[in-house]
Write a protein that binds this ligand. Structure first.
Ligand SMILES: [Cu+2]
Length: 178
């Protein structure tokens, strides 16, 4: 009777060690992340950008936001100086288009869907920037001056050049590796 627990435990140990070995082997996909903050330095969430075959997979999680819709973009300079965050420049636009998916002359590569913040101040968007790369290719996200994620006070109308009439910049985070 005492030997049965030993035999039943053995396959679990073997399976666990095989798992640990295989998960360490593949190279991780290139990714960068940002901690978002308001002009007064308080936390406003996080962003991660992971490169895949179809482009950049962007996940932005907001906290402490005013309930309602907020424009969210990738801005072209990785500098977040409060309180207005104009230091982050305009939208990431390596292809030289106007703003917005509903603009016939659009859109910027940094244009993304609005985030709906709930009554608890949290919201989330997931979006794929098709054809985007982090460090490789002709138009990498992290060029010499980097890039930032910005959340705006109000909704992006998806067509007004250059910034969708989305109001002030209420949160900013510099994208960086690790
Ligand atoms: Cu913006």
């Amino acid at each position: 009777m005492k030997i049965i627990p030993l035999f039943s435990a053995l396959p679990i140990v073997l399976a666990a060690s095989a798992c640990a070995t295989s998960s360490a082997a593949p190279t991780a996909a290139p990714s960068v992340s940002a901690k978002l903050a308001a002009g007064d330095g308080s936390a406003r969430g996080t962003a991660t950008v992971t490169e895949a075959a179809d482009g950049l997979h962007v996940l932005v999680k907001g906290v402490g936001l005013t309930p309602g819709m907020h424009g969210v973009h990738i801005h072209t300079i990785g500098t977040c100086t409060g309180p207005d965050f104009t230091s982050a420049g305009g939208h990431w636009n390596p292809t030289g288009h106007q703003h917005g998916k509903d603009n016939p002359a659009g859109m910027h590569m940094g244009d993304m869907p609005n985030m709906q913040a709930g009554s608890d101040g949290t919201g989330e968007i997931e979006y794929v920037v098709k054809g985007g790369t982090i460090s490789d290719g002709a138009n990498p996200l992290l060029d010499a001056d980097g890039a930032a994620i910005v959340i705006h006070a109000t909704a992006d109308d998806y067509k007004s050049d250059p910034a969708g009439n989305a109001g002030g910049r209420v949160a900013c985070g510099v994208l960086s590796k690790g």
